[in-house]
Design a protein around this ligand. Structure first.
Ligand SMILES: [Zn+2]
Ligand SMILES: [Zn+2]
Length: 111
């Protein structure tokens, strides 16, 4: 599948039986509906996310995300820790820019 933001091919990666797609161009992570709960339960966010901010990640922050599976513009939302992410209202997948998934995990750990 192509990256919602930079249009490069994403690589499927499996972490503890949860498969996510990660983009090596911008470091973004595409999470299918239902997978997010598993990531949170297993506390995999920090493992999956490539920690740290890159110059490109900040540029990509302003780029509109398009779900390549549905060809649908994704909606910008705010989640835990006021982290911005993109959500597809058709397949309910989520897309996180580099660093965003790990940033949300901070709050989960504090629970
Ligand atoms: Zn990308
Ligand atoms: Zn979609």
């Amino acid at each position: 599948m192509k990256c919602p933001k930079c249009d490069l091919d994403m690589s499927p990666k499996t972490f503890d039986n949860v498969e996510v797609d990660r983009c090596f161009g911008c470091g973004g992570i595409y999470v299918d509906k239902g997978e997010m709960e598993q990531l949170e339960n297993k506390k995999l966010s920090a493992l999956i996310d490539i920690a740290g901010k890159s110059e490109k990640a900040e540029i990509m922050d302003d780029v509109e995300a398009i779900c390549r599976r549905c060809d649908n513009p994704m909606i910008s939302l705010r989640g835990a820790n006021d982290v911005k992410f993109d959500w597809c209202d058709k397949c309910e997948a989520m897309f996180f820019d580099r660093g965003e998934l790990a940033a949300m995990d901070v709050v989960i750990d504090d629970d």
